[in-house]
Design a binder for this molecule. Structure first.
Ligand code: UDP
Length: 339
């Protein structure tokens, strides 16, 4: 049985990290995670009996964002080298290293070389998204092409983007996220009543939008759509996991400015998303950039609630328009309201 060390720079509960929790919960005893910063996922895994390693890489590395330029990347490089050394020590106790994020790819690649272990990159992003800086994209592809034995992508769309960005097609393996279907809460009247009681919502239909607070998740599109859909109220669920608190504040002001604040509730981060989805009447997905996988869309479908999702990336492979949901164009509040 292979001993696998999964490496993630972030221990915040975004989609990639939730995937990792599921993988470790269901995986063999020899699988372990190492995080390059502390966060809530560390405690979640410890509670599940899968206590991870925490090897803090420092703020310079975490400060690198999706669109960071060369200076910020250089500042993070020294921190990355130190983290790589610390990781290499633990890599020697494992057979395979699996990088679960772009930042961790750079660090795990160094550690894999030092420890002479094969490296797998689990790619959760659409690399051709213009939100990624050119330097970021080219560096990740170059490292993957040279150092990775395989690139596991979460969707066909993520794999295509990797190849379009210069990645070697022979490295790509598609492995979708898995879900514990047997234990998924199903939509019911009781779930709807509970949701209304929890958030003091009234009897009008509730449209739920689930996703972290960041502009590309398109919460503003739902707010704009509400203006054109006076009969409904909205529940926006998700936290500012990666320091985008300004966006959360902006959205609340925007809802007030549009005169829909009294039909909206911002719930912040919740760890009971499936239960909340089961209480909504409709789940909307409004991402303005191509979605690499879209866990929230699958989760919503599993509850049995109708889904309106936004075209782009992997979404077309999840929803068959007018058969298993409705698809709308990105950043189009009128189409969302009509759907
Ligand atoms: N999620 C959560 N709590 C929240 C909002 C979202 O646990 O308050 C979860 C959601 O259920 C989903 C994940 O975060 O499993 C988001 O994954 P997705 O693929 O939709 O987006 P990503 O964050 O990976 O871009």
């Amino acid at each position: 049985m292979s001993r696998v060390l999964f490496v993630s720079h972030s221990a915040q509960p975004g989609g990639a990290e939730l995937f990792l929790i599921d993988a470790l919960r269901g995986g063999p005893a020899g699988w372990r995670a190492a995080f390059l910063s502390d966060g809530p996922v560390v405690a979640t895994l410890a509670r599940a009996g899968r206590a991870p390693l925490v090897l803090p890489a420092g703020p310079a590395l975490l400060a690198i964002k999706r669109g960071s330029g060369p200076l910020s990347i250089l500042r993070g490089a020294a921190a990355a080298m130190r983290a790589g050394k610390a990781l290499a020590v633990h890599a020697r106790d494992h057979d395979i290293l699996c990088a679960n994020s772009q930042k961790s790819l750079f660090i795990a690649a160094g550690a894999a070389v030092a420890a002479r272990r094969p490296l797998i990159w689990i790619l959760h992003d659409i690399l051709t998204d213009p939100a990624f800086s050119n330097i970021n994209r080219r560096a990740a592809v170059a490292v993957a092409n040279r150092a990775a034995a395989a690139v596991v992508v979460n969707s066909h769309a993520s794999g295509e983007a990797f190849v379009a960005a210069g990645g070697r097609a022979s490295l790509v393996h598609i492995i979708h996220n898995g879900f514990d279907v047997a234990h998924w809460p199903r939509a019911s009247e009781a779930a709807g009543a509970n949701l209304r009681a929890t958030f003091a919502l009234d009897a009008r239909p509730v449209v739920g939008l689930f996703g972290r607070m960041t502009p590309w998740k398109g919460q503003h599109v739902l707010i704009d759509a509400l203006v054109q859909a006076p009969g409904v109220q909205a529940l926006i669920v998700g936290g500012a996991l990666f320091g985008e608190e300004d966006w959360a504040t902006h959205l609340q002001r925007h809802a007030q400015g549009c005169g829909v604040a009294d039909r909206m509730h911002f719930a912040g981060f919740r760890d009971d998303v499936p239960t909340l989805m089961a209480g909504c009447d409709i789940i909307a997905h409004a991402s303005t950039s191509p979605e690499p996988f879209g866990r929230v869309v699958i989760e919503a479908m599993l509850t049995g609630r109708p889904v309106i999702a936004t075209q782009g990336g992997a979404i077309a492979s999840l929803i068959d328009h007018e058969r298993t949901g409705l698809l709308v164009p990105p950043a189009d509040p009128t189409a969302l309201a009509a759907a």
